[in-house]
Structure formats: structure tokens, C-alpha cells
Design a protein around this ligand. Structure first.
Ligand SMILES: Cc1cc2nc3c(=O)[nH]c(=O)nc-3n(C[C@H](O)[C@H](O)[C@H](O)COP(=O)(O)OP(=O)(O)OC[C@H]3O[C@@H](n4cnc5c(N)ncnc54)[C@H](O)[C@@H]3O)c2cc1C
Length: 407
């Protein structure tokens, strides 16, 4: 078999495939190695995505089979069951079948000439300043060597190849998640997702309910402490609002996976090496959504890799431009989202109850149209604070969080 390509992408998840797709037709040879025999499985993700985010990447509309539902807003529940709904005039988000979404991206890449090797795990990587050298092991047990000018690491949260490249993975800020598909859900509201806040049920994160069809939904939660599986049962049976819908629900399947929530790694490049997606922790610190940010970064990585090949410069000095472009795209929004996460982590459940009740008393469902941008939340907040009523709500929220800190 051929032993060399200009670029090797490690991992056929969304970030890896989208990066490969963006390098296609640019006169560079690209190979994607994916350790599993099939793209998209096993799936650990809820697949809730912003429609604007997909449109900006040229990915919307998606094929019908990929989209499971679209949503006009979100219902937010506090721990004691107070609720507030934010509704937009247009469909704002959608939920995708993650396996089919990943396959769709890899099909687009394959159609553009990218070659995939499935059941092929990159076991080791050596970067010695010349070609990158990789050792691949196949599910059949066979191993082989491969080399490339550039490696794009899209391995997700395993961080094995990242470490071998001499880069530092995120050390803290992980939440441990469970995602489940359930049937027999009561009173599903098909046009909105539901979010459950508070440390009683999801310490350090939140729980979600995403309607799919009829009485079927995706549910899940993340937590910084405690067992996510046990916490999900507690939510289903004890939460004043969730239990009304989920007490009799049957779990069809359940998966567990971490989310790196602490913000992108400080350095996402080395000699002949770029990192994208979860492998670089390119994830929203507020919601844990990583797909749209990962795809945006994958597109930047593709441009930089092609530029490096065209100029024959694979040095860290040249590839540093990737980090600069990432910071330009994400720097401000990540900073804002990290601050919001810090506040959410500190606020007590009682204060959350008060805040959600206040929103319900003082705001209509359609008063938060300016927050329609769900990916770049720093910019969305800047737009929203121009409205005095929203500024007042934010000020009250900050006051409550201060009260929590001082308690
Ligand atoms: C419970 C849960 C729910 C989530 N819900 C959402 C959501 O609703 N919306 C959202 O935007 N994000 C969500 N996320 C985050 C989202 O799943 C990730 O941000 C996204 O999957 C990152 O894509 P990726 O391509 O970077 O990595 P991954 O999707 O993890 O893909 C990495 C790929 O690399 C392969 N691989 C790893 N190591 C090797 C190797 N050595 N050799 C070859 N192949 C390898 C893996 O098999 C995998 O296919 C959720 C995460 C969790 C845990």
C-alpha cells in the first residue's frame, strides 16, 4: 500500500472530516485514519446544533435523513421547578442523528477525493523535524507505517496523539456526561428543547431533554462531581418538572463521555502538526457544544495546512498562524463564555430559583430575540446588553451570583 500523503488526519469525526473536506481539491493528498470500522459509531453526543452555525459553514440544509427535529426555543427549569421559555420567531436549532451527520461529512469528503482508512488506529506519531512518521494498527491485527508532511489531530478527547506531539492536553475543567435515548416521554413539547439547571441534579453543568418524535427524546446531563448515571435517574424521578415527563420513560440506550469545558488548549500546533475539535478543547464552556466551533477551527486548520504545503514551510514559526486565526475567531467569545461558566458554577440553587421566577414574572417568551446567536455567545451578549431590560436581568443575575459567593 501507498505509504505517504501530504496530510494525514487522525480521526473521522466531524472535525477531522470537515478539515479533510476543506483541503480537498487544493492539490494536496489527504488520508483520514479512523480507528472504528464505521464512521459515526459509537455515538456519544446529543447532536443539538445551531442552524445559523451550520449555514455559516455551508452545511445547511442538511439531508432530511440527518435531521431529527428543529426547535424555536428553549424552556429553562430551575431546581425547584420554576420555568421560563425563550422563544424565537424562526427555527433556531436542530437535532441531528450524530452517526448520520458524521457519515454525511465523510461522504462529502470522499466525493471530493479524500481517502478514508477505517478500522485503522494511529498508534504512534514521531515528529522529528522532517516528515511525520505514524504507526497504524488495523482491527485485523496488521500494522503498517505511514508518513506525511502534516498531521491534523482530530482524535477527540483521547489526547494520545496530542501528547506524542509534545503538546499539553486540557488538565482540568472536564464534565462527565451521560446521553440517553428514551421513549414513553409524557407531554413532550416538540418545538423546544428543555434545560434543567442546578447543582442538585447536574453539579457544574446542566441536564437536557431534546424531543425527537412523538414520545421519543434524547436526554442527558453532565456533572463535575457525582455519578452521571445516578444523577440522571434522580432527575427522571425527583425533579419537580422533569419527573412529570420522564418518570415512566424507558431508556433505550445510554452512553458516557467527557466534555473538555475549560477552554481551548494554549498551543494547538507543533512542527508539521495541527490540532482541531475536542482534541484542542474547542468547545463552548457554557453549553459544552463542540461541533460548530470544532468545524470552524477545522476550516482554519485546512487553510493553514494547504498554505504550509504550498510554501513548503512546516515549522512551528509558520504554523503559529493557526493559533492566531483561532484566537481572532474565538478569543473574545471563549473569554466571555468562561466567565459565564464560572458564575453558573458558583450560583446556589436557591438563587437560580429566584432568577428564573423573576424572568417569568418580568419577561415575555419573545423578549430575548437578540440571544438567537448560540455559538458566539460573547458577541450575542454584546448585542443583547444594548436593551435596557436585558441589561437589568443580567445585572440581577450577577447580583444573585454575588450573593451566592458571599454566603
Ligand atoms: C453527552 C454529550 C453530548 C454532547 N452534545 C452535544 C451537542 O448537542 N451539540 C454539540 O455541538 N456538541 C455536543 N457534544 C460535544 C461533541 O460531541 C464534540 O464536541 C464533538 O464530537 C467533537 O468532534 P471531534 O471530531 O473533534 O471529535 P470526535 O467526535 O470525538 O471524533 C474523534 C474521532 O477520532 C477517532 N480516533 C480517536 N483516536 C484515534 C486514533 N488514534 N486513530 C484513529 N482514529 C482515532 C475516534 O474514533 C472518533 O471517530 C456532546 C458531548 C457529549 C459527551
Amino acid at each position: 500500500m501507498e505509504k505517504f500523503s501530504d496530510v494525514v488526519v487522525v480521526g473521522g469525526g466531524p472535525s477531522g472530516s470537515f478539515c479533510a473536506l476543506n483541503m480537498a481539491k487544493k492539490a494536496v493528498s489527504v488520508i483520514v485514519f479512523e480507528e472504528h470500522d464505521e464512521i459515526g459509531t459509537p455515538c456519544h453526543c446529543a447532536g443539538h446544533l445551531s442552524i445559523t452555525g451550520l449555514k455559516n459553514l455551508g452545511l445547511y440544509p442538511l439531508p432530511k435523513r440527518v435531521i431529527e427535529n428543529v426547535f424555536y426555543g428553549v424552556k429553562i427549569h430551575s431546581p425547584n421547578g420554576s420555568e421560563f421559555t425563550i422563544r424565537f420567531s424562526l427555527p433556531t436549532t436542530c437535532v441531528v442523528n450524530r452517526a448520520l451527520f458524521d457519515k454525511h461529512l465523510s461522504d462529502l469528503a470522499k466525493k471530493s477525493g479524500i481517502r478514508y482508512f477505517l478500522g485503522s488506529k494511529v498508534d504512534s506519531l514521531t515528529l522529528d523535524g522532517s516528515l511525520a512518521k505514524l504507526l497504524i494498527s488495523k482491527t485485523s491485527g496488521e500494522t503498517f507505517k505511514f508518513s506525511s508532511r502534516i498531521v491534523v489531530d482530530a482524535e477527540g478527547t483521547s489526547y494520545k496523539i496530542l501528547r506524542q506531539a509534545g503538546l499539553t492536553p486540557p488538565e482540568k475543567g472536564f464534565v462527565y456526561c451521560v446521553n440517553a435515548e428514551v421513549e414513553n416521554v409524557n407531554n413532550l413539547e416538540p418545538d423546544k428543547v428543555e434545560v434543567f439547571l442546578g447543582n442538585t441534579y447536574a453539579p457544574g453543568f446542566y441536564a437536557w431533554l431534546i424531543p425527537k418524535e412523538k414520545d421519543v427524546a434524547k436526554i442527558g446531563l453532565g456533572a463535575k462531581a457525582g455519578n452521571p448515571k445516578t444523577l440522571l435517574r434522580k432527575l427522571m424521578h425527583k425533579h419537580p418538572a422533569a419527573s412529570k415527563k420522564l418518570k415512566k420513560a424507558k431508556i433505550l440506550q445510554e452512553t458516557f463521555h467527557p466534555i473538555p469545558l475549560g477552554g481551548p488548549i494554549k498551543r494547538a500546533y507543533a512542527h508539521g502538526f495541527l490540532v482541531v475539535g475536542d482534541a484542542a478543547a474547542q468547545v463552548k464552556p457554557t453549553t459544552g457544544g463542540g461541533i460548530i466551533l470544532g468545524l470552524n477551527c477545522a476550516r482554519i486548520a485546512a487553510d493553514v495546512a494547504v498554505e504550509a504545503i504550498n510554501t513548503k514551510d512546516f515549522s512551528p514559526k509558520f504554523l503559529r498562524v493557526y493559533q492566531k486565526r483561532l484566537m481572532k475567531l474565538l478569543g473574545f467569545d471563549i473569554k466571555v463564555m468562561r466567565e459565564i461558566r464560572k458564575i453558573l458554577d458558583r450560583i446556589h440553587d436557591k438563587e437560580l430559583d429566584n432568577f428564573i421566577s423573576l424572568c417569568r414574572r418580568n419577561f415575555g417568551e419573545e423578549d430575548f430575540q437578540d440571544l438567537i446567536e448560540t455559538d458566539f455567545q460573547g458577541r450575542a451578549l454584546l448585542r443583547a446588553v444594548k436593551k435596557p431590560r436585558i441589561t437589568a436581568a443580567i445585572a440581577y443575575f450577577l447580583l444573585l451570583s454575588l450573593k451566592s459567593i458571599l454566603k
